[in-house]
Design a protein around this ligand. Structure first.
Ligand SMILES: N[C@@H](CCC(=O)N[C@@H](CS)C(=O)NCC(=O)O)C(=O)O
Length: 199
């Protein structure tokens, strides 16, 4: 069965999907979408994702948009109990970090990075402060644990990792967050880890 990932080489949203695909050892073809040229808003791509965003995963005749939804699908379809357990409470503890990634991290660390990478207009001090708040929350949470939930790597870790790992590209220092830094190193040491520029 053919598996295609529409993404962008510098996209952390795409990268969290690449990470799980690598860790699950699932073969796929990546089709780069030229975001600076606006290819994601052209009719051909909007027919694939009406939101005009990457990533999108196509697997056979199934199509999924949004990196967190894709992580959820891949984890349940191929990851057994490891990456997203079936127990409802445990599943919710993982899901709360997917939401944290999609909101608190996306609207802070990601926006600050996009400002320096692509000149996206943002209220820089505000988004940088929000990034520090997100780092603080994760740093506190990791004070007495190695992984975000369940004492093992799950899609919670893979969701939050890219933009916290790339946060310094938004000119926010990670120096004051040692638990986050050790957690980043642990993720980079996982079997199947793949890198991207900046990580
Ligand atoms: N919640 C979405 C966010 C996707 C997203 O913002 N993708 C960015 C690339 S990292 C994008 O496609 N930007 C193009 C644009 O805003 O036009 C996800 O997790 O997949």
């Amino acid at each position: 069965m053919k598996r295609i990932l529409f993404g962008h080489p510098l996209s952390g949203n795409t990268h969290r999907v690449r990470l799980l695909l690598g860790m699950l050892n699932l073969p796929y073809e990546e089709i780069p979408v030229d975001i600076p040229a606006g290819e994601q808003k052209k009719p051909e791509y909007v027919a694939i994702n009406p939101l005009g965003l990457v990533p999108v995963l196509i697997e056979g005749d199934q199509k999924i948009r949004d990196s967190h939804a894709i992580l959820t699908y891949l984890a349940r379809a191929y990851g057994g109990e490891q990456w997203l357990p079936s127990n409802p409470f445990q599943q919710a503890t993982v899901a709360q970090w997917l939401s944290f990634s999609a909101n608190e991290i996306h609207n802070s660390a990601n926006l600050a990075r996009l400002h320096f990478l692509l000149g996206v207009p943002v209220d820089l001090p505000v988004v940088q402060d929000r990034a520090r708040s997100a780092l603080h929350v994760v740093n506190q949470h990791l004070a007495d644990r190695e992984w975000l939930e369940l004492d093992r790597p799950t899609i919670a870790d893979l969701a939050c990792f890219p933009y916290l790992g790339l946060v310094e590209e938004g000119k926010v220092s990670r120096a004051a967050y040692p638990n986050v830094n050790r957690w980043i190193d642990r993720i980079k040491a996982l079997p199947g880890y793949v890198s991207m520029p900046g990580l």
